[in-house]
Ligand binder design. Structure first.
Ligand code: HEC
Length: 128
């Protein structure tokens, strides 16, 4: 009897607040991804807000991706594909998108979540 209750109570509690917890964990992923983005110097090329306007962007051809422009992506645009691009790099057209193979799968996934969050932010929003 007591053992049964111990099992049921946590299940009920967990399902009751699932939507909140999902929203919180998505926000946490994006924040963690943003930290990795800063720590790995992605902004040097892509700009701190991912507009493709980092300090060295003008020297690069093809230019670094503006993450707001989903249509400009050469590989897939879902989290798994972006994480994969980060593992392989993107140099087939002579571009200088290096490989981040030294990061963990989880870190590449978090970076992908942050990149996608920039695309999904409302147009016209200022990030400056
Ligand atoms: C040295 C400059 C540089 C740095 C640093 C850099 N990138 Fe890039 N990135 C590029 C360039 C250039 C391209 C475009 C390459 C092309 O079009 O062939 C690109 C493309 C991309 C793309 C688009 C891939 C596609 O499918 O088109 C993503 C996503 C991306 N970078 C994410 C990142 C992330 C995240 C980081 C940091 C972990 C990062 N980049 C660091 C230069 C850079």
């Amino acid at each position: 009897m007591r053992a049964g209750l111990l099992l049921i109570v946590p299940i009920l509690a967990a399902s009751a607040c699932l939507p909140d917890r999902q929203a919180a964990s998505m926000a946490d992923e994006i924040t963690a991804g943003q930290r990795l983005y800063a720590a790995n110097g992605c902004g040097t090329c892509h700009g701190m807000t991912g507009r493709g306007d980092g300090p060295v962007a003008k020297t690069l051809n093809p230019p670094p991706r503006d993450f707001r422009d989903e249509g400009a992506f050469k590989n897939g645009v879902d989290p798994g594909s972006i994480a994969n691009t980060l593992a392989t790099g993107l140099t087939r057209d002579g571009g200088q998108m290096q490989s981040y193979f030294h990061l963990s799968d989880r870190e590449r996934y978090l970076l992908a979540r942050f990149v996608i969050s920039l695309r999904e932010s409302p147009t016209g929003a200022t990030h400056e």
